[in-house]
Design a protein around this ligand. Structure first.
Ligand SMILES: [Zn+2]
Length: 417
């Protein structure tokens, strides 16, 4: 299914070759460990399941000399919390390693177990991202067995709620942000987007809600001075102007729900509602809910200003109001992120695996690493390679798995020298 060539790396030191030998020796155990974790359901709302799989990760970290703690969330948040492991040290770069233990598959999903067919593993969360956690942990394990983790500061944070982050973010991501402030580089093990790419930028997300009012009147009087254009025409004008005026690279603004008529009701989630109206009555109300994705905070702010200005230019006798809600911040592409990618790319070349290039952020959604991107250099997409994430055919390529572990182990090794 996937093809690549591995030649023996002449540019590797004796110590690095020793790391690779340990990874080869541990590989079968690593795949068994992955199978065991995939077979434990850890849907975001299955708190007991997340704690059960978390106990396995905690044991591996404990064995490697990490000081571990399970951080519970307040009961009202209905989330399992997260696992933190830390090794203290003074040598090399201080690293923050991040990933998530939860999957989108709850216990009532028919998709629950690991199977292997022709070097492809199929299972819930196998790439997103229990495969990535395995890559992270077995890279660390090889370094530990080679006694190369001593005097290195490495903090591992595994979230139990990435697929639907616990609210408020100020609590659910507090430990991640605190750890980032004490670290130099964050490495995140979300799925690899290809054998030769990694993520140095991710777009942020936010949402908006548009409320429009017009004058209710007989439909025959529409466009007259006493009636104006009505709420639905005004909504059409606004959305069309957004479409015409906001197009630029990495910016998307998608209306996802629209209601309009004589009366409009929207529930408190803003995602469900109903409307009523008649063909012979000019529409009095309209509502639109949409999202806004961006690569830079500045791009988000500028887009919001343009949207507000468009909303303010009303058709006759209508009025509109737009409000914005924050989601994930963006992780812009920085020189620092690129420098970390360059270290990874050199490792990959030295392993005979080819150069690693930055992945197009336009093709990737938001992620946990975005919460810390403003504090340190970041690289994401270091996990396993597969496909159909969030779908019952989720799979992972077993033939490249060991290559990713080797790449990651040497990346961590070189960053911490
Ligand atoms: Zn994920």
């Amino acid at each position: 299914m996937f093809f690549h060539f591995t030649v023996s790396g002449q540019k590797l030191t004796a110590e690095e070759k020793r790391i690779l030998t340990i990874i080869d020796k541990n590989h079968e155990e690593a795949v068994q460990f992955l199978e065991e974790t995939v077979n434990i359901n850890s849907g975001t709302y299955n708190i007991a399941g997340i704690k059960k799989v978390g106990a396995l990760y905690q044991e591996v970290l404990d064995d490697m000399g990490f000081a571990t703690t399970w951080c519970d969330m307040p009961a009202a948040m209905k989330r399992a919390g997260h696992l933190i492991g830390e090794r203290k040290g003074t040598q090399g770069k201080k690293l923050l390693l991040n990933g998530h233990m939860d999957t989108v598959f709850e216990p009532d999903s028919p998709f629950q177990t690991w199977q292997v067919q022709n070097n492809v593993a199929i299972g819930p969360g196998v790439t997103d991202m229990k495969g990535g956690l395995m890559v992270m942990l077995y890279a660390l394990k090889a370094l530990h067995e080679a006694n190369l983790l001593d005097d290195r500061q490495i903090i591992v944070i595994l979230h139990g709620d990435e697929e639907n982050a616990g609210d408020p973010i100020t609590i659910s991501r507090k430990d991640l942000i605190e750890a980032a402030k004490r670290s130099d580089i964050a490495l995140c093990y979300e799925p690899a987007t290809g054998f030769n790419d990694a993520t140095i930028a991710r777009r942020g997300s936010s949402s908006w809600a548009l409320k429009v009012t017009g004058k209710q009147a007989h439909s025959s009087s529409i466009f007259t001075e006493r009636t104006g254009a009505g709420a639905i025409y005004e909504t059409g004008r606004i959305l069309n102007r957004f479409y015409e005026a906001l197009q630029e690279p990495y910016l998307t603004f998608s209306p996802g729900l629209m209601l309009g008529g004589t009366t409009v009701h929207v529930d408190s989630s803003g995602t469900l509602g109903n409307a009523s109206g008649k063909a012979n009555v000019v529409a009095k109300e309209a509502y639109v809910k949409g999202d806004l994705r961006f690569l830079y905070e500045e791009q988000k702010e500028k887009a919001r200003e343009k949207m507000k200005a468009i909303v303010a230019e009303s058709y006759p006798l209508t009025q509109a109001d737009i409000t914005f809600e924050e989601g994930y911040p963006s992780m812009p592409p920085t020189d620092g992120n690129m420098a970390v990618l360059n270290v990874l790319s050199q490792v990959s070349l030295d392993l005979g695996q080819g150069a690693v290039k930055p992945y197009d952020p336009g093709n990737r959604g938001a992620g946990d690493i975005s919460f810390v991107a403003q504090y340190l250099d970041c690289l994401d997409g270091l996990g396993a390679m597969g496909g159909n994430s969030h779908a019952p055919e989720e799979y992972m390529d077993l033939t490249t798995l060991k290559d990713f572990v080797k790449r990651s182990a040497l990346l961590i090794y070189r960053l911490t020298r």
